[in-house]
Design a protein around this ligand. Structure first.
Ligand code: VGL
Ligand code: ZN
Length: 203
């Protein structure tokens, strides 16, 4: 079952994206036991961690007159504005306490540049600045990726689409993801993942 060229990429299973958190995703905590059970099937396990400095440009609180879930025109394109979340070193930025961290071989932090958000595990939202994950996976001879985590329609979808564009074979286990679903964002992200050649399984 374990293939050495197949990695499990676990996106942002952090307190702030779980019920009670600053940017809670409905049912975000429900996926933790299933993700823990899956880790043993992969020779490579990678976690991502949303990791913003206080006052990050993706926070509505950093833009006068803006409320969470409105947008602003960033230099790199339209950016959704979020409640303050996943602030570096905070309890909200910590992984869900039930997530098994021991099998994780690499933890990629993203969103630490004050002026750019980073949904994808591979590139910041300018679609240019790399996180370094591509190099890590290539040096480990990884060809296939299975994605799980939060949120389906933002960080999971952006990561899956970038991975497919980079030439990895990608599948998303939809049963081990949960969505924010802002103004139809889940349907749009699902269509974009399909168009990019991402396999959607586990539904
Ligand atoms: C995410 C919004 C802002 C995510 C992160 O993990 O999907 N969404 N930051
Ligand atoms: Zn964020």
């Amino acid at each position: 079952m374990t293939a050495s060229d197949h990695a499990l990429l676990i996106i942002d299973v952090q307190n702030d994206f779980c019920p009670g958190g600053a940017l809670a995703v409905a049912g975000g905590d429900e996926i933790v036991p299933g993700i823990n059970a899956l880790m043993g099937e992969f020779g490579c396990v990678v976690l991502t961690q949303d990791w913003h400095p206080a006052g990050h440009s993706s926070f509505a609180s950093a833009h006068s007159g803006k409320a969470p879930f409105e947008t602003y025109e960033a230099p790199y394109g339209t950016q959704v504005l979020w409640p303050d979340h996943c602030i570096q070193g905070s309890e909200g930025a910590a992984f869900h306490p039930g997530l098994d961290l021991a099998p994780a071989q690499c933890i990629v932090r993203k969103g630490f540049n004050p002026g750019i958000d980073s949904y994808s595990a591979f590139f910041e939202n300018d679609h240019k600045t790399p996180t370094g994950l591509e190099g890590y996976l290539r040096r480990r001879d990884i060809a296939k990726l299975t994605l799980v985590g939060l949120a389906t329609d933002f960080c999971v979808a952006y990561s899956a689409i970038d991975a497919a564009k980079l030439g990895f074979a990608v599948d998303v286990r939809a049963d081990l993801c949960r969505a924010i679903d802002l103004d139809g964002s889940l349907a749009a992200a699902t269509a974009q993942m399909r168009d990019a050649g991402v396999a959607l399984g586990g539904a």
